[in-house]
Design a protein around this ligand. Sequence first.
Ligand code: ZN
Length: 194
Amino acid sequence: MSRVQRLLDAVRKLHEATPELQAYAPWPDDLSDQQVIPRPCPVAQTLGDRKLPGTRATRGVIQALRAATPDLEWRQTYTEAEVGTEFLETYGYVEVFGPSGHFRSRKLRGYIGFWGPGLTYDWHAHEAEELYFTLSGSAVFCARGAPNAMIRPGQARAHTSFQPHLMVTLDQPYLAYAIWRGTGMEGLPAMVAS
Ligand code: ZN
């Protein structure tokens, strides 16, 4: 089994064992292998040194992510003008499965995203509905029309279609598994005015 396949397997185990994730969207049954060229990003190169304690339930995904990192296509879909240099140095994400992920699915898109400590991921929005599930670290989430909330490992936060949201990471790196469902699943988030 490849390291990327092991990562998918760890994500599937977590997803299937977490009622909140399964209730939001069942694990996709249409996954197929897809050729994706690995691509590093600054944060991926430092992942081995980062403390990512997680929880008993999320540790399997964290370990599989560390192991698979050299084989993963790390993405950054914002420009320096949009988010600044520091953000680009300490943020990156991988589409594990989805329309353009390591494994193809047309039913659900699943990412793992990393943000360094003390970062503000400014107001943004996207068409697809989203559920964040914290793997390690904590972040404060703000969303238009919803109370602010601190989301800890093992906790989830949902965003509706086009609902503007913002995230602030605390004193530890923040690692999350995010799923997108519904219309606009193949799209990208875009910064919006607060
Ligand atoms: Zn989002």
